[in-house]
Write a protein that binds this ligand. Structure first.
Ligand SMILES: [Zn+2]
Length: 882
């Protein structure tokens, strides 16, 4: 039986066994400055598991010695969460001298070195939080980052306690034919009755959050990789029977990632085996456990009939990300969770650079910036703003954020821009060499960068401690035959950080000449202080500034630019990102003008029409880039540009522009669609680009001429041989009140029934749609037999998609807000980590007009007043209200 499909009890309340312990009124605040080394070292851990879905016995044997680097203490504090010890032995003798303090077990140890053995018993099938050891569809698996190991056994569950692990597991041969853990398999055999067993040994010391165990009935796609020093590594991707045909892309991605990390970062893999297991019930995307990565199926399974081109890219990127952690995260880990960006920011940058090398670097950069702006910028300007190295938290799960990950990557990318790729590599080499086998800090990383590159990063460190997106005011003035560029930065106040200091901002710039069309050479300037000016000789009267090229700094550029300059940049700039940016700026300034009732708005619209016409016809760019340039800025990004946004006005303005552009360019868009439909099949850049512009053309046409859009979308759907075309067409149809809609939605469901990942898409398409009745559709889908809150992918496919649908989420009257608050309340007792992730959309209330703001706030207050709220949700909701 697949637990993910088990519907919740009719009232949405969980079984009693699932209720997490009552959170104290205010969970304690944990501060970075309070870090102290652990008093004890645990060089070796031996774990024995007697596996069962409803009852698993865990015998842990810890070799404990005093840590000479720490202040001595006779007390050994072992973290637990919902555990009771069945037996506690010290040096082989049963003892009763232990006490429980909250959920932790405290032992007083007299000497320098001891062996502590503790037996616990857990129920994996009652674990709906999906942290620790849990059952998923008849298999057992683990998720320990950040603090899940303490739900398996009592242990100092903190990343600075590193141990080697020996794991022996035994279980029913039929239920659990495959038994996996970290490291290398050292022995296996048959036990009495129907049992069998396996022993795994991981020789690399690791913190408990990297522990993993998987037991289940799985099939494997096997391959091998020969490392740069000639060692052969056995690779395995384990999935449910029937899914093995969809693992080839993941395997190819893994081998490409292993090779790339050797070539670009000089990092070689260090065990005889590397295994990946796909699990359908998973809170996050994937987990980098040493030698045994556990993945959400979403980031492993892909074939052209069930996955889009975007899904293929996501699989490649996530496989690479987790693999790269073997060095940036596992060999060098984090001292404490405040240093999370040490491994995540760095590894996100590594996976971004990998994806840039595998496909179109320009398009990848634009995609990454779009994610940063739509997810991280709002975080940085809202109540949950925090620096990439936070100073305090109540629940670490809430800090797995776009700030720590994506802004963290941007900060390291800036160091790379400042140093250049070769010196950056020298800094990375030094970091790995210095800290291999250690738990390090962000400060360690910065120091290695300074020593390896020769850069002085004294002021640059402020990027680690200050939250908020810097704003840079830009002015370009002509002075005789030269141009003077004046820059001024401000970092806005964020909760707990009223005053900010200026941060070094590297900006790649070029000056073009609009009259002659001559494109200037690029240079790098660095704004070190609050203000600075830079002189460019030989600049004529028609000089056009191209700034923050390649998005060299994660900042907001504020400047007055003449529309004809933006038109020039959008049509001609040689930096693809700058070209995209100019197009976005044109559209943003026009739409904000419409929202404000600016009478000159029609002229701006005409300029956008001309640029779009150039983009559609431009033979100098490929279709992948053309598709990027055709995407209009999203409604949430537009709302972000206003102090108090009216989402209805923004939606109306954006849809109005889309419709107008489509009517103006109908002939060109239809021709583009036809050309793209005639392009060949396959997975090279050309056919992929064709698929991208095909759906972009439909998006416009549906807004300008719904009957034509519906007819063309239905035809694209019917002719589709790939999920990319089928999903693109259905997305357009789902937003239209047309006769073609219902039949195609039904066809899609019947065609892909039973394929959980594709049915997730079916839910999400409808929840995200532009259809005027989207709220009613979501309510009906919540009652669909395939819907369950217990599976995080499914819960997100309906409600996170809905929260990302501005016109429906912000429906006047507050029905959308109520729905998300109800979701948080229903999900919190089952899976607090996932529930808490629904709070940020409501937490943005201050940024909306007073009527909406009051409704959003009221829903947050209703959630805050609920009894027995988890620590996760309590923290997100109280910070959002505060
Ligand atoms: Zn990661």
């Amino acid at each position: 039986m697949d637990l993910a499909r088990t519907p919740a009890t009719p009232d949405g309340n969980p079984k009693m066994a699932d209720v997490p312990p009552i959170a104290p009124a205010t969970p304690p605040l944990i501060r970075r400055e309070d870090y102290r080394p652990f008093a004890w070292a645990i060089p070796q851990v031996a774990l024995e598991f007697d596996l069962g879905l409803d009852s698993t016995t865990v015998r842990a044997r810890l070799d404990v010695t005093r840590n000479p680097a720490a202040e001595p203490s006779p007390v050994l504090r072992l973290n637990g969460d919902g555990l009771q010890p069945a037996e506690v032995l010290v040096d082989g003798e049963a003892v009763s001298s232990w006490v429980m303090e909250g959920a932790d077990l405290l032992l007083t140890l007299p000497g320098e070195a001891h062996q502590v053995a503790i037996t616990t018993c857990i129920d994996p099938s009652a674990n709906s939080q999906l942290m620790g050891l849990y059952a998923s569809g008849g298999m057992l698996c683990t998720q320990c980052e950040a603090e899940g190991f303490r739900r398996i056994t009592f242990f100092p569950d903190r990343p600075d306690v590193l141990s080697t692990y020996r794991v022996r597991m035994s279980g029913d041969r039929d239920l659990f034919p495959v038994l996996l853990s970290n490291g290398n398999l050292t022995a296996s055999g048959r036990g009495p009755d129907a049992l069998h067993w396996a022993e795994w040994h991981d020789p690399w010391p690791k913190p408990s959050y990297l522990f993993a165990l998987v037991a289940g009935d799985l099939v494997v796609n096997r391959d091998s990789f020969t490392t740069m020093s000639g060692r052969e590594v056995q690779l395995g991707i384990f999935v449910r029977a029937g899914d093995e045909g969809r693992t080839a892309h993941a395997m190819e991605s893994l081998k490409r990632a292993m090779k790339w990390d050797e070539e670009v970062f000089g990092r070689e893999y260090d065990l005889d085996t590397f295994n990946i297991v796909a699990v359908s019930d998973f809170n996050m995307g994937a987990m980098e456990n040493k030698g045994l990565n556990v993945f959400n199926t979403k980031y492993v399974l892909a074939d052209p009939d069930t996955a889009t081109d975007g899904d293929f890219d996501a699989v490649e990127g996530v496989i690479a990300h987790e693999y790269f952690h073997n060095w940036s995260g596992n060999r060098v880990t984090c001292r404490d969770w405040f240093q999370l960006s040490l491994k995540e920011g760095f590894t996100v940058l590594r996976d971004q650079l990998f994806s840039q090398d595998m496909g179109s670097a320009a398009v990848k950069r634009i995609e990454d910036v779009r994610v940063l702006r739509s997810v991280q910028f709002p975080e940085d300007s809202g109540p949950l703003a925090h620096s990439i190295r936070p100073d305090s938290f109540r629940e670490i799960s809430n800090f797995y954020t776009a700030t720590v990950y994506n802004k963290g990557a941007e900060v390291i990318r800036m160091m790379r821009t400042l140093a250049g790729p070769e010196k950056f590599r020298a800094g990375c080499d030094l970091y790995f060499e210095r800290h291999d086998g250690e738990a390090a800090t962000c400060e360690d990383f910065i120091r290695a960068m300074e020593d390896g590159t020769g850069l002085d990063l004294a002021l640059f460190r402020r990027w680690y401690s200050q939250a908020g997106t810097p704003q840079v005011e830009v002015r370009l003035e002509q002075d005789g035959g030269q141009a003077v560029l004046s820059l001024k930065q401000t970092v806005p106040p964020t909760p707990g950080q009223e005053l900010k200091q200026p941060m070094p901002i590297p900006l790649r710039v070029a000056l073009h000449d609009r009259a002659t069309g001559r494109l200037g050479a690029e240079s790098l300037i660095v704004l070190e202080g609050a203000q600075g000016s830079f002189v460019f000789p030989d600049a004529g009267p028609d000089t056009v500034l191209s700034i923050n090229r390649g998005f060299s700094a994660p900042v907001i550029i504020r400047r007055e630019v003449a529309p004809q300059d933006l038109v020039f940049l959008a049509a001609h700039d040689d930096d693809p990102f700058a070209r995209y940016e100019a197009m976005q700026d044109l559209v943003v300034s026009h739409l904000l003008g419409v929202v404000r009732g600016d009478p000159s708005a029609p002229e701006g619209r005409a300029a956008i029409g001309e640029v779009l016409r150039t983009v559609v016809a431009d033979t100098g760019i490929d279709d992948l880039m053309r598709g990027e340039l055709m995407i209009l800025p999203g409604e949430s990004y537009l709302a972000d540009q206003l102090a108090q946004a009216d989402p209805s006005a923004i939606h109306a303005a954006r849809e109005g522009l889309k419709g107008w552009l489509a009517r103006e360019l109908e002939g060109e868009l239809v021709a583009l669609h036809q050309r793209a439909c005639a392009a060949g099949e396959g997975f090279d850049a050309a056919p992929r680009g064709a698929r991208k512009v095909k759906t972009q053309a439909l998006v416009f046409l549906a807004a300008g001429n719904p009957a034509l859009g519906a007819e063309m979308a239905a035809a694209q759907y019917d002719a589709a041989t790939t999920m990319t075309d089928r999903q693109g067409a259905l997305m357009v149809l789902a937003g239209l009140n047309s006769p073609e809609r219902t039949g195609r939605l039904l066809d899609f469901y019947n065609r892909h029934k039973g394929n959980a990942l594709v049915i997730d898409k079916w839910f999400a398409l409808q929840a995200q749609s532009l259809h005027p009745n989207a709220i009613e559709h979501v309510k009906a889908l919540a009652r669909h037999p395939d819907f369950t809150l217990r599976n995080p992918n499914r819960a997100r496919s309906l409600y996170m998609a809905f929260a990302g649908n501005p016109s429906a989420f912000h429906a006047p009257g507050g029905e959308g807000y109520r729905m998300i608050a109800d979701t948080i309340l229903a999900l919190d007792p089952l899976n607090p980590q996932t529930a808490a992730r629904f709070a940020p959309p409501l937490g943005r209330w201050r940024r909306f007009e007073p009527g909406r703001a009051a409704l959003m706030r009221a829903e947050l207050e209703r959630v805050a007043a609920a009894p027995r709220l988890s620590r996760d949700t309590y923290e997100q909701v109280s910070r959002s209200l505060g």
